[in-house]
Write a protein that binds this ligand. Sequence first.
Ligand code: GLN
Length: 473
Amino acid sequence: MKNYLSLSSLQTDLKNGNTTCNDVVTEYLSRIEGNKHLNAFLEVYEDEALSLAKQIDVKIKQGTAGKLAGMVIAMKDVICHKNHKVSSSSKIIENFTSLFSATVVERLLAEDAIIIGRTNCDEFAMGSSNENSAFGPVLNPIDNKRVPGGSSGGSTAAVAAGLCLAALGSDTGGSIRQPSSFCGVVGFKPTYGRISRYGLIAYASSFDQIGPITNCVEDAALIMEVIAGKDDYDSTASSIAVPKYSEELNSKGKVKIAYISECIDNPGLDPEIAAYLKNLILKLKEEGHTVEPVSFPYLDYMVPTYYVLTTAEASSNLARFGGIVYGKRSNNSVDIDSTFVKSRSEGFGPEVKRRIMLGTFVLSAGYYDAYYSKGQKVRRILQDKTFEILKDFDFILLPTTPKTAFELNSVKDPVTMYLEDIFTVQANLTGLPAISLPMGTHSNGLPFGVQLIGKKFEEAALLAFSNHLYPNK
Ligand code: GLN
């Protein structure tokens, strides 16, 4: 089989009869089997995917197939899919079978996407390396000694290794964009509220967004127009109309781009990534775009604010996993207290425990004002300052990650790991859409992403300009 890098090229072959969904799924299944060492998938739905493929092949012949016919897609293990397991890569709900499907799953299936399996991730989406999964780390397909990034590392590794055409991830602080940068794929985090979170296992509800991981911007646009939009099951899902993103990818107008000097000149940024961005800025100017530096002297507040607020929300969201209604009950529990304590102590991994404790601390009566309430105020300032930039500019250009993928087990200190998120959390703190485009290759052979943040609910413009920067291969 050809290595399809866009749904449109695959659909051309499907229409011409050069291939079938059955062939495509068969090929992906064999690649998944051949790449088991990556540990990208926690479960593969062989029979179901093949049977769906056959049904969709019939629909293609009849001319009744949906818009995503041929789209073989993987789901991060935090997205509910009726009658399928969903575990958040955690032992605590290892054997939980979902009773309903997330809105995104319903919408994908309605357009004839084929869900091929669920992918490994950091436990409860907490991490930047996929090393926090209870089911073992995922390996970076480009260099197996390195991490794929996290928390959607299984999803990005699967797309990068050609084990599926696309995947869904979730992004609370960078979990789609950072691993996309590490693995060399396109990762898109929509505006907060653009996509229903119904059926997404929550980490931090005021930050979480589901988004696509693809080989090209066009596929991200196609998936977006299928999964985005209002939903009666999630009141935070906006009713703002969803444009046909894939039909608006060719706008060629000149744009205004701001770049944050404190990011580009950051001493922690790999010099080759910095040089690449500076060169890109020159090229964009030559093309006639307005590209100007802006100062944003709040970088140091970003990661601490993110970790105060997200751990607070996580401590509340994860309270339900107590061995009573949700979560495996400890065999060592003898009464109600020991049921909670032992089930949670045995069920959660160390990073999740750390965050629950941190979050409980920042919400506790004596420290609420000093941390949680202050964090909310700082979040507002960060939002206001970012929105100010976007009054004068269409996009903000910045790196996705400070460095390329690091080696497994090399980052031992949690704070160093948290600083991985330095360039990605701004979009989540402000609710803005952001994309990572795999434009760079480092002299160490590893890919790195270029990040663009767009205006609220203006994904169409962001995707169109991204498609210009990173056209289909
Ligand atoms: N790396 C970040 C964290 O550990 C982002 C996680 C995410 O976006 N889910 O919180």
